[in-house]
Design a protein around this ligand. Structure first.
Ligand code: AMP
Ligand code: ZN
Length: 466
C-alpha cells in the first residue's frame, strides 16, 4: 500500500511496525456543537483508510479521542474555550454539552456509513495519564512552569517544524492569529500542557494536579490517549490539514520527548471542504450539517459519494449544484445495480472476481484513490460477465466504499427526510387541487431525482425511497 506521508512529503510504501496489526489514531471531534460536513469529510477519508487497510489484509486497531476539554477557538492556546462557549450558548453544563454532541456526532457519522472506531475515548477521562506524562516532561527538562501553568519548551526538541515543513518565521507570518504572545512563554510557540490559571471564570472541568487545580492543554490528550491505547509505536496518525500545525506538531514533540524515541511513522492529512466563500464555519454563513442536507431531501450517502469522487488530498468546494450532480450520478448508479440485482444469473466466475479485487487494490495502493475505486465499479457494470459475478464484485467494493450499493442494510428514514417528503406530497396535492399540473409534475420529478418514488392510490399518495 502506497500512501502520502506528510512527515516525509513523499508517497511511501506502507510498512506497519508490527505485521499482525496496524495501529491507527485519528483526532476526534470537539463536541461543543454539531459537526459540519467539512469535519465529516475528514472522517469519511479516515473511514476509507481504515476499511482499505482491512481490504488489503491488515487487522486494524483504531482509536479516536473525543475532545471535551481544553480546545480553544484558536488551535494555539488563545481565544475562547470551545466547550464553555457551547455551554453558554445553550445554557447547559459543559458535561451536558459534551454528552449531547458526542451522541449527535456518532449519529451523523453513522448516517454517512462511517464506522465507529473500536476505541473511542473522552479526553476528560484520562487526566491521570496526562499528569504522568507532564511530570516526566518536567523532570527531563522538556517542560517548565511559568505563572502557574506548565508549558512545553519547543527549543528542547530537534526538528520541531519537520511535519509542517515550515520554519518559525514563515509560520508567524502565515498564521498570525495563532501566535500567542503570552509573556510567560519562553518561545511564542511553546504550548500549554497544564493550566492552573484559567482565563475563564466559569471553567467547569478542572482537576487536582501537582501544579494546582486546573485542566490539560488540548494537544496532550491525543498523545496521552494514543500512547495509552495503541502503545509506544504508532503506525498511522490522521486528521485534517489544519491539524498539521500546531496540533500534530506538538503531539510529536511531547510524545517523542516522553517516550525517548520516534513515535509515529505515517502522518496522513485530509484536505478541507470549502464553501463558495472559502473556509467552512460553524458560526458564519449556512451551518452545513447532515441534518440540514436531510431537511433538503438529500440522502446523506449522496454526500459520501460526492466526497469519494475526489481525492482526499485535494480541496473540495461544496455547492448544492455539485451535490445535485452527485445525487443524480449516485441514483443512476443505484438504478443500474438494481437492474443487475433483479436479474441474477450464472455462477460466480472466480478469476473475474479476483481480477476486479486486484484492480480495486491497485486504486487503494495508489494513495487511496477513491475516484479510481469508483471507476472500477463502473468497469464491472460494463463487463461482459454474468450478473452474479457483478454482484459479488460490487459487494466486495462496498466493504470500503460503504455506499449501500446493494441496499442490503437500508436504513430507517430520518424524521427530517420524512418531513421533507410529506411536505412535498402536500404541496403537490395542493397544486393538483389548483389544477397547476405543471407544478405537480415538477414536484414528482424533484422527488424522483432524489430516488423518492410516489404513487397515487385510493388511500392517498404513497412513497418509496429506492
Ligand atoms: P474539530 O471538531 O474542530 O476538532 O475538527 C474535527 C476534524 O475536522 C479535524 O480533524 C479537522 O482537521 C477537520 N476539519 C475542520 N474543518 C474542516 C473542513 N472544512 N474540511 C475538512 N475537515 C475539516
Ligand atoms: Zn488530536
Amino acid at each position: 500500500m502506497r500512501l502520502y506521508n506528510t512527515l516525509t512529503k513523499k508517497i511511501e510504501e506502507f510498512k506497519p511496525y508490527n505485521d499482525k496489526e496496524v495501529t491507527l489514531y485519528t483526532c476526534g471531534p470537539t463536541v461543543y456543537h454539531f459537526a459540519h460536513i467539512g469535519n465529516l469529510r475528514t472522517y469519511i477519508f479516515e473511514d476509507i483508510l481504515e476499511k482499505s487497510l482491512e481490504y488489503v489484509g491488515y487487522n486494524v486497531k483504531r482509536c479516536m479521542n473525543i475532545t471535551d476539554v481544553g480546545h480553544m477557538s484558536s488551535d494555539a492556546d488563545t481565544g475562547e474555550d470551545k466547550m464553555i462557549k457551547g455551554a453558554i450558548r445553550e445554557n447547559k453544563t459543559v458535561y451536558e454539552i459534551a454528552d449531547y454532541y458526542t451522541e449527535a456526532f456518532f449519529k451523523d457519522a453513522s448516517k454517512l456509513n462511517i464506522r465507529k472506531p473500536k476505541i473511542t475515548e473522552r479526553a476528560s477521562k484520562h487526566i491521570d495519564f496526562y499528569i504522568k506524562m507532564i511530570e516526566k516532561l518536567l523532570k527531563e527538562g522538556y517542560a517548565y512552569i511559568s505563572n502557574g501553568n506548565v508549558y512545553f519548551d519547543i527549543s528542547k526538541v530537534k526538528d520541531y517544524y519537520a511535519l509542517s515543513g515550515k520554519n518559525q518565521e514563515e509560520l508567524i507570518i502565515g498564521a498570525r492569529e495563532d501566535v500567542n504572545y503570552d509573556i510567560h512563554k519562553r518561545n511564542p510557540y511553546d504550548f500549554g500542557l497544564w493550566f492552573t490559571v484559567s482565563k475563564f471564570a466559569n471553567q467547569d472541568m478542572k482537576w487536582d494536579s501537582p501544579w494546582g487545580v486546573g485542566y490539560p492543554g488540548w494537544h496532550i490528550e491525543c498523545s496521552g490517549i494514543s500512547i495509552n491505547y495503541l502503545g509506544e509505536h504508532l503506525d498511522i496518525h490522521c486528521g485534517g490539514v489544519d491539524n498539521i500545525f500546531p496540533h500534530h506538531t506538538n503531539e510529536i514533540a511531547q510524545s517523542e520527548a516522553y517516550l525517548g524515541h520516534k513515535w509515529c511513522s505515517y502522518w496522513l492529512h485530509g484536505e478541507h471542504l470549502n464553501d463558495a466563500t472559502g473556509k467552512m464555519s460553524k458560526s458564519k454563513g449556512e451551518f452545513l450539517t447532515v441534518s440540514l442536507l436531510e431537511e433538503k431531501g438529500y440522502n446523506p450517502l449522496v454526500y459520501r459519494f460526492f466526497c469519494l469522487q475526489s481525492h482526499y488530498r485535494n480541496q473540495l468546494v461544496f455547492s448544492y449544484e455539485a451535490l445535485d450532480k452527485a445525487s443524480s450520478t449516485y441514483n443512476k448508479l443505484l438504478n443500474k445495480i438494481n437492474i443487475i440485482k433483479n436479474n441474477t444469473d450464472g455462477i460466480v466466475e472466480e478469476d473475474v472476481l479476483n481480477n476486479y479485487k486486484n484492480k480495486f487494490k491497485e486504486a487503494i495502493n495508489n494513495d487511496l484513490n477513491t475516484s479510481l475505486m469508483i471507476t472500477c465499479l463502473y468497469d464491472i457494470l460494463k463487463e461482459n460477465v454474468n450478473n452474479n459475478t457483478k454482484i459479488e464484485v460490487i459487494k466486495s467494493y462496498d466493504q470500503v466504499l460503504s455506499l449501500d450499493l446493494l441496499n442490503d442494510n437500508k436504513k430507517e428514514l430520518s424524521s427530517d427526510l420524512i418531513k421533507y417528503i410529506e411536505d412535498k406530497i402536500n404541496e403537490r396535492a395542493l397544486a393538483k387541487q389548483n389544477k397547476d399540473y405543471v407544478k405537480a409534475d415538477l414536484i414528482r420529478k424533484e422527488l424522483e431525482e432524489k430516488n423518492i418514488i410516489i404513487k397515487d392510490t385510493r388511500e392517498g399518495t404513497k412513497y418509496e425511497v429506492i
